[in-house]
Structures are given as structure tokens and as C-alpha cells.
Ligand binder design. Structure first.
Ligand code: PRP
Length: 214
């Protein structure tokens, strides 16, 4: 396809977007407009390279990419697993490394060991269900929360949580620990399935450049 078509990137707002832009800058792709921290604009264009960037909530990135509103997205593996969209995952960007874990007080170890019907609080019900039902064959009650999930076992809402652990300090400061590890996580690049066919050259070239850097 012609180079006249804009290639659109959807980036999850926050640290992932900042790191992605730093990475793109290393391969000569810049977007000066995006660096203005005070700006409330959501979409930015690099006219010279025919690129567009927009910032969205992380969980919406795979949605934009699946529907072709963005050709390329950068998002955490946790979001990819949870949203389960039809997109190609093409590259592990190596940053944003953390782990998806089952966590709780030490006393919950026994409950896990004996496959008790426990309550699991999480922002990631799809990942929690897949892990407990399909991998561990343990029936549990999953309670969806929207953040500060560590509160679950502390206030008696749940026995354990399924959540992201990075440094482990949130767990430690709240008297909780990792009980089981579900999977490692990091930032990934995803691509729309049609874009991959229509813009193969440009996308492959981009992936190759980033891969070389990593
Ligand atoms: C994430 C995650 C943990 C914490 C883990 O929460 O849900 O709470 O970070 O990081 P740590 O191991 O380095 O302490 P986030 O800050 O995204 O906020 P949230 O609780 O509202 O999801």
C-alpha cells in the first residue's frame, strides 16, 4: 500500500506510552507534540513519516487495534490476556516487567493447597477464571474490583487476590505475600490483522528496527 496512508498507533496512557515513545525515538520516530505534559490533546501526528499516535486507557488499546481504528498498539500482556481480542501479538518490548500472581495472607496457603472454594478479588476476572478453572481445576468465586485490590483479604471481602506484582512493596506494606505465580508480564506490541496484510512492509520494517534495538 502507498506510504500516503497514516499508520496509527494506540498507546496505553502513562508509563507505557512514555517508554514506547522513548523507544520509537531511538529509531528516529519522534512526536514532539506528545511530549508536552500539560497538553490534554489525545491525538498527535508526525506528518513527515505519516504516523499518528493516540493515547487511550490501557484496556481499550486491544479494542482499537482489533477494529482497525489503530494499526498498532502497545499494551501490557495482562491487558492482552484479559481483553482477549483478535490481534496479532508481534513483539515483547521487554519493559514494564512484572508478574501476575495469586496473593494473600500466609494463612491462605492451606486453602489453595486443598482446593477449597475460596473467594478471589481481582481486576482481571478472565485471567483469574482461566487460571483457577482451566489450569488448577479449582472452583472459586471471582469478585471483580477496579483497583486497590490488596484491600480484598484485609477487609474480609476475599481470601486471596489475583493481581500484578512488580516490586512487591504493596503486598509487603499490607501484610500479604505471593502465594502462586500465574505468568510473567511485560509490554507487548500488537497489530491489527488486516493492517498486517495491507501494510506488511512498513510494519515488518518497524518491528525489525525495534527488535534490533532490544
Ligand atoms: C498495581 C497492582 C498492585 C501494584 C503492584 O496497582 O495492582 O497494586 O501496582 O506494584 P508493586 O509490586 O511494585 O507494589 P496500580 O498502582 O496500578 O493501582 P491499582 O491498585 O489502582 O490497580
Amino acid at each position: 500500500m502507498s506510504e500516503d496512508r497514516y499508520l496509527t498507533f494506540a498507546l496505553g496512557k502513562g508509563r507505557l506510552a512514555t517508554k514506547t515513545l522513548a523507544l520509537l525515538e531511538e529509531i528516529g520516530i519522534t512526536c514532539e507534540e506528545m511530549k508536552d505534559k500539560n497538553s490534554r490533546r489525545l491525538i498527535f501526528v508526525n506528518e513527515e513519516k505519516k504516523l499518528r499516535f493516540f493515547l487511550s486507557k490501557g484496556p481499550d488499546v486491544p479494542t482499537y487495534v482489533e477494529y482497525g481504528a489503530a494499526d498498532i498498539g502497545v499494551v501490557g500482556k495482562d491487558t492482552i490476556l484479559e481483553e482477549n481480542r483478535r490481534v496479532y501479538e508481534v513483539l515483547d518490548l521487554g519493559f514494564g516487567k512484572c508478574r501476575m500472581c495469586v496473593c494473600g495472607p500466609a494463612s491462605a496457603k492451606e486453602l489453595l493447597l486443598h482446593h477449597e472454594r475460596i473467594r478471589v478479588a481481582t481486576k482481571y476476572p478472565v485471567i483469574a477464571k482461566e487460571y483457577f478453572y482451566n489450569k488448577k481445576h479449582q472452583t472459586v468465586d471471582i469478585i471483580k474490583l477496579n483497583g486497590s485490590v490488596e484491600l480484598g483479604p484485609i477487609v474480609g471481602l476475599s481470601d486471596v487476590i489475583v493481581d500484578i506484582v512488580e516490586t512487591g512493596s504493596t503486598l509487603k506494606e499490607n501484610g500479604l505475600q505471593v502465594l502462586e505465580e500465574i505468568c510473567p508480564l511485560s509490554a507487548r506490541m500488537i497489530v491489527n490483522q488486516v493492517s498486517m496484510q495491507m501494510e506488511t512492509e512498513r510494519i515488518r520494517h518497524l518491528i525489525a528496527q525495534i527488535r534490533e534495538l532490544l
